[in-house]
Design a protein around this ligand. Structure first.
Ligand SMILES: NC(=O)c1ccc[n+]([C@@H]2O[C@H](COP(=O)([O-])OP(=O)(O)OC[C@H]3O[C@@H](n4cnc5c(N)ncnc54)[C@H](O)[C@@H]3O)[C@@H](O)[C@H]2O)c1
Length: 441
């Protein structure tokens, strides 16, 4: 069973059997847990891929057997990191933009972690699923509606698990809020706010102030181009894809002022890219209405100077949580007339409703600094699913729905902020699917 070929056959059979299932029998889980390692291939080892690689190298049951990057220096750096962690040197694939396809042929790769430019995410994830490899793909997993459907169709036909690595779904505070929601503290959920307010101008530009791959998307498109950090926790807070679904989306963008101003101030008024015709507006605001009548306001705000901010707020019939205020308000069972309408600090609630991933699982993970340990927790859960042949913590439907705001907001903005119907990526399954993400039991 432990030979590479047997293991590969096993993985293919197991994931095919598990297709569409939300729970895995405990006997399979127990049997597969014994001694198995997850053998990973990393595609794209630039900034983010290297960071995820470091997180993974701290996890005992993971081995990195292959790395792939079009930049040979990046692949060589990744190989060195793996060797420094005491593992054999992984194979490197650096020949071309499609060399990942050769890597996917390897029998000693059970899963891939994809951290490449956005336009490669869906093609790489689809190719990996077709080769029976578990997929962890960076955000967003798709940037067109066609790519969204390709991911869904490939997952449904192959049965191979595919997860977008949306790390904010695993944040400690967001998971405690999820527990509070599931225990009914806020009553019926009605409305939510979330934002990705993060000045990323120098992630979009190269060292000379010219657009790199990410900046080229700002030149070409006007949309919420980074919708998943905002929507990650919101999906489970609102039972999206398991009881409810996004139905209608309206988006509006400001004009573009921030890129020009930031580039001019840093590089001078003559700097050519400062006067490019950037399509992307500085702040994009989207409004989503669900089939069950809830609404969500989402901001993308990534090219104005400002401190980082998410501004999550979730509101129900009996109270609300505000990340910005670090507070909650609970009306209590007897109703607001019996209680002062005042904020309470979130900290005691965080302690009381802390998720077991943060009280138990985290103790077995070397505590990496990235995003307060969130990324290490995410990679730990990914590796555990791969090595036990069980479903990934986030599924393809949630991954796609978090990402689909990119193309749908673009359509709405282009049409003068017209409402756009959101496709039902679950083909009706949202009506009967049960919540599966981060269950405590
Ligand atoms: N979740 C998070 O917190 C977070 C943070 C940063 C970035 N990201 C995401 O990670 C991804 C990568 O971002 P980054 O900042 O690391 O970018 P980057 O440019 O630093 O890294 C991308 C890497 O992919 C390589 N690459 C490009 N095309 C390739 C191909 N066809 N085959 C193999 N390798 C290829 C590049 O050479 C580079 O090393 C993006 O999707 C971004 O949105 C997520």
């Amino acid at each position: 069973m432990n030979t590479p070929m047997n293991r590969r056959q096993f993985t293919k059979t197991t994931v095919a059997t598990l297709a569409g299932m939300t729970a895995v029998s405990t006997s399979l889980h127990g049997a597969e847990k014994a001694g198995r390692t997850a053998r990973l291939g990393f595609i794209g080892v630039g900034g983010r891929g290297t960071s995820l690689l470091r997180n993974t190298l701290g996890l005992k049951p993971a081995r990195v057997t292959a790395v792939c990057d079009v930049n040979p220096a990046s692949a060589a750096r990744a190989q060195k990191l793996v060797v420094a962690a005491g593992q054999p040197e992984p194979a490197a694939y650096t020949k071309s933009e499609t060399d990942f396809e050769r890597m996917l042929q390897r029998d000693d790769v059970d899963a891939v972690v994809i951290s490449t430019p956005w336009e490669w995410h869906a093609p790489m994830a689809v190719a990996a699923m077709k080769q029976g490899k578990y997929v962890g793909v960076e955000v967003p997993c798709a940037i067109t509606l066609e790519e969204c459907w390709q991911l869904i169709r490939t997952n449904e036909t192959t049965g191979v698990p595919c997860m977008m690595l949306e790390n904010w779904s695993f944040r400690r505070d967001n998971l405690a809020v999820l527990n509070m929601i599931r225990q009914g503290l806020f009553g019926q959920i009605v409305h939510c706010h979330s934002a990705h307010s993060h000045n990323c101008i120098y992630w979009y530009m190269d060292a000379r102030g010219y657009p790199r791959w990410s900046g080229k998307h700002l030149l070409a498109r006007c949309a919420d181009q980074y919708p998943t950090h905002t929507l990650g926790p919101v999906l489970s807070w609102m039972d999206i894809n398991c009881g409810d679904r996004f139905e209608t989306i309206v988006s509006m963008a400001t004009g573009q002022f921030g890129i020009t101003d930031q580039l001019t101030r840093r590089y001078g008024a003559d700097h050519e890219p400062a006067s490019y015709d950037w399509r992307q507006g500085d702040v994009v605001t989207s409004l989503i209405r669900t089939a069950k009548g809830k609404t969500i306001v989402v901001n993308m705000d990534m090219q104005l100077p400002r401190p980082y901010d998410n501004r999550w707020m979730i509101q129900g019939t009996r109270g609300l949580y505000s990340e910005e205020r670090d507070s909650v308000y609970l009306a209590g069972l007897e109703g607001p007339a019996h209680r002062k309408e005042e904020w309470e600090l979130f900290k005691p609630f965080q302690e009381k409703y802390d998720h077991r991933w943060w009280t138990e699982a985290i103790s077995s993970i070397p505590h990496a600094q990235d995003h307060g340990g969130t990324d290490s927790l995410q990679m730990h859960l990914f590796v555990e699913a791969v090595r036990t042949g069980t479903p990934l913590p986030l599924d393809v439907y949630d991954s796609v729905v978090m990402s689909c705001l990119f193309p749908l907001s673009e359509q709405s903005i282009a049409a003068g902020s017209q409402p756009i119907a959101c496709p039902d990526f679950t083909s009706g399954k949202w009506k009967t699917r049960k919540p599966y993400f981060a269950l405590e039991s």
